[in-house]
Write a protein that binds this ligand. Structure first.
Ligand code: KG4
Ligand code: ZN
Length: 335
């Protein structure tokens, strides 16, 4: 039987709603980004994010329904992100979803945002099915996940400090590129040499799949200070490209090693950082060299959106696990 899911996402600075059929077919995907508001502060200001979600959420949900040519009476379940993320931001989506659920008698599904990022790949690749190894790299998290089944996850590695996207954002700030940093570092890197400076790529003992990105960030900052103290000129593009290379290389090597350890030949990329062209090229090469199949979503499905939440909610709804009026935001929710 067909299932129409309304997805709602408000965990950070995007207010988003989407209508998805059977977890795979997107009928609408409305995203109201607050980037222009937050960029003057150099990053997301949580309270301003919450206030803008409140202003936008009704219109975004209404827009998703009308773009899909549906109304609430057609919706079989509402899937909402309840964590991880900014608590005030999450509460806006959760409250809206609960209100609609109660008012219209529509079942409610609580979705983990990281699960959502992984699920974006089911939309992009209708034939993709678990098991596979997935790198989830975004502004808030960097995980290597073994997706055993649609609702079964094993974390193989995670960052011990900064997330990969967070490192991109910080380096962009240091280089004076502004927010959000990832796309700006990528653009500048195109005219730089990735072997100009050798920045650290942290490895832990025991073949561990964990990451650490605070060292590379500090190394870039120290390198720039030294050059400035000596009054030396430098090419920002070389710094950006060398930084990007260090991050991309470590993400690629750990993920491919994890896939080999799990004996799977399917490697999947997810999260905002997976929109990065250098990362995709690096994985393309590594996957080919190791006889693996590589999957990633188009950029608009890599960064925050509600279609991925609707898709994840669809698979969760199949397990029969629904939320109720007691659903709360969980800012540090684990997968
Ligand atoms: O998935 P996402 O939209 O939000 C979180 O769940 O965090 O990811 C946003 C992050 C930001 O840190 C942004 O700088 C990074 O993804 N990002 C990129 C690129 N596009 C977005 N990082 C590197 N290259 C990109 N092209
Ligand atoms: Zn995200």
């Amino acid at each position: 039987m067909d299932k129409l899911i309304l997805g709602i996402e408000s965990s950070c600075d995007e207010t988003a709603a989407s209508v998805v059929l059977n977890g795979r077919t997107v009928l609408s995907n409305v995203i109201s980004s607050q980037i222009d508001i937050h960029k003057k502060y150099g990053g997301v200001v949580p309270e301003i994010a919450s206030r803008n979600h409140i202003l936008n959420i009704s219109q975004v949900i209404g827009g998703a329904l009308s773009e899909a040519g549906k109304d609430f009476s057609d919706i079989d379940a509402i899937a909402v992100t309840y964590g991880p993320g900014l608590v005030g931001a999450l509460l806006v989506g959760v409250s809206a979803a609960k209100a609609i659920s109660v008012a219209r008698g529509i079942p409610l599904v609580a979705v983990n945002h990281i699960h959502g990022h992984i699920a974006a790949n089911y939309i992009e690749h209708p034939d993709l099915a678990p098991p596979f190894v997935c790198l989830v790299a975004s502004g808030g998290h960097s995980h290597i996940v073994y997706v055993k089944d649609y609702m079964e996850f094993e974390i193989l590695g995670r960052t011990r400090d900064d997330a990969a996207g967070e490192a991109f954002d910080k380096i962009a700030r240091v280089l004076g590129l502004g927010y959000p940093g990832g796309p700006k570092v990528e653009k500048l890197s195109e005219s730089g040499r990735c072997d100009a400076v050798s920045f650290p790529q942290v490895e832990f003992s025991d073949n561990c799949f964990d990451f650490s990105f605070s060292g590379v960030k500090t190394a870039v900052i120290n390198h720039l200070h030294k050059l400035e103290q000596r009054g030396e000129t430098y090419d920002k593009a070389d710094i950006a490209a060398s930084f990007q290379y260090a991050v991309v290389n470590v993400l690629t090597e750990h993920t491919i090693r994890a896939a080999k350890a799990k004996g799977t030949n399917k490697v999947v990329l997810a999260g905002g950082v997976s929109a990065n062209g250098a990362l995709r090229r690096s994985f393309d090469g590594a996957a080919k060299a190791n006889g693996m199949e590589l999957y990633y979503p188009r950029p608009i499905l890599c960064t925050d959106n509600a279609a991925m939440i609707a898709c994840a909610g669809y698979y969760k709804s199949l397990t029969g696990e629904f939320a109720d009026g007691t659903l709360n935001a969980v800012p540090n929710l684990k997968l």
